[in-house]
Design a protein. Structure first.
Length: 248
């Protein structure tokens, strides 16, 4: 994609890494003043122009909507979109039908689910809609995974929520190790590096990697069976379902 004029409405913790990634690829950014600290930081670090939401639309060909879902109607309702605007929404619970109504007469939309590390690449972007537009912006650094149905987004949002859940488990493990060694800093470093290193070198499926480690008589198998007996998998499955229903 050639350099594009990109507008960002809503500058919070997700908008900032998206904007920095796009700026590094040479796109010109105009960001909304909403989220003053973040917009000021983007202006200082990446030359983003800061403007009111309507002025963001006037400058942009592609518009990233990064608002909290509960604020979408309030912020977007009064704005005047153009038919040629291309819309990227990262707002959970805001449906395609709602986007079409709030952003009329724009007709090109894509909904996706980024996490903060999208800035550095390697973030899978599950997406529904105009995935070619999204690929032009964020791949090959971040793989775009097209979805056939909008409803599948909610299931992918639920899987994204596993990340802090796993971090919580890792925090518990790190704290246990620190209690054994008396060195909390090194315990956390070891725990983070161990998991990150393993995931970065995986070459086969999750189940295959698990089974290669958790063989008869091993400590790995003891851990797998202990978590199962403790109900960890049942709790995960139930919570994923609850999150999906919350987003429906």
């Amino acid at each position: 994609m050639n350099m594009a004029e990109i507008g960002v409405i809503g500058t919070g913790h997700i908008a900032a890494p998206l904007a920095r990634h796009l700026a590094k690829k040479g796109h010109k950014l105009t960001v909304s003043r909403r989220g003053k600290a973040t917009s000021a930081a983007l202006a200082a670090s990446h030359g983003a122009h800061v403007a009111e939401p309507q002025d963001v639309l006037e400058c942009a060909e592609i518009v990233l909507l990064c608002l909290r879902p509960q604020n979408a109607a309030e912020v977007l309702g009064p704005l005047r979109f153009r038919a040629d605007h291309q819309i990227v929404s990262v707002m959970a619970k805001v449906s395609r039908a709602e986007l079409a109504s709030l952003c009329a007469p724009a007709q090109r939309f894509v909904q996706t689910i980024p996490l903060g590390f999208v800035e550095d690449g390697g973030c899978p972007l599950a997406a529904f809609g105009d995935t070619h537009m999204l690929s032009d912006l964020f791949s090959p650094e971040n793989p775009v995974i097209p979805l056939a149905e909008e409803a599948a987004l909610n299931a992918h949002f639920a899987i994204c929520a596993m990340v802090p859940g796993f971090l919580d488990l890792m925090t518990t493990g790190s704290a246990w190790l620190a209690a054994q060694t008396g060195d909390a800093e090194r315990a956390e470093l070891y725990t983070k590096t161990l998991i990150a290193g393993f995931l970065n070198t995986m070459r086969t499926s999750l189940a295959t990697e698990r089974d290669a480690l958790a063989t008869d008589g091993t400590l790995s198998l003891q851990m797998v069976e202990g978590l199962r007996r403790g109900g960890a998998h049942d709790a995960l499955h139930a919570t994923l379902g609850e999150i999906r229903e919350r987003l429906s």
